[in-house]
Design a protein around this ligand. Structure first.
Ligand code: SF4
Length: 189
């Protein structure tokens, strides 16, 4: 009886000693000003062995992790979207064969609001070309149809949106008729 108890104690001590000396495969720590919407959390992941890649998945997306001076030490910045609801989330971290989950308790955040009054036309632009109210070449079509974005023939990276662009026959005709008007007629109209 006495010998059996002694044997059990030795086994328990051996297991405890083993647990105390085996480092965890992944050690995760985080740093953040606050775990709230709009903030950034910096993860530091320390692997027991060098690894060639670390992945961090949180808030439904993957976040890039980069090696920080050693193949055992990795960092990953994780952002919290403004519309993230307060709750406990989990970041899933993988490094080589090892996996771990790290809880993230997101707290509510109240944002300061400021009320601005803007021209309704900027919120609900009028029909047709946005420049029509102040364009001296505007025609009836400009009031009702929005010109599409069109690449120029010279450089497809240069795009414009105008029914009567500079140099077009219509532009020249409108320009000629404007020039034929008596001085002051436009202002009077
Ligand atoms: S001429 Fe061109 S810029 Fe002027 S209102 Fe018409 S589409 Fe717009």
């Amino acid at each position: 009886m006495g010998r059996g108890r002694a044997y059990l104690s030795i086994v328990v001590m051996a297991i405890a000693a083993s647990a105390a000396t085996t480092p965890p495969a992944l050690t995760v720590t985080t740093r953040a000003r606050a775990v709230q919407p709009g903030e950034l959390i910096l993860f530091t992941i320390l692997a027991a062995q060098p690894v060639s890649q670390v992945t961090v998945r949180a808030f439904g997306r993957d976040w890039p992790a980069y090696e920080d001076g050693s193949a055992r030490r990795w960092r990953a910045p994780v952002g919290i979207d403004l519309d993230t609801r307060p709750a406990t989330y989990h970041a899933e971290i993988a490094a080589g064969e090892d996996r771990t989950s790290y809880p993230l308790v997101v707290r509510a955040r109240a944002f300061r609001t400021r009320h601005l009054t803007v021209n309704p036309d900027l919120v609900n632009p009028p029909q047709g070309c946005r420049f029509a109210p102040r364009c001296r070449y505007a025609q009836e079509r400009c009031q009702v149809e929005e010109p599409p974005l069109t690449p120029t023939a010279e450089d497809p990276r240069h795009i414009y949106a105008c029914w009567y662009p500079v140099g077009s026959p219509e532009y020249k005709a409108i320009k000629a008729s404007r020039q034929a008007e008596p001085i002051g007629a436009e202002a009077a109209a």
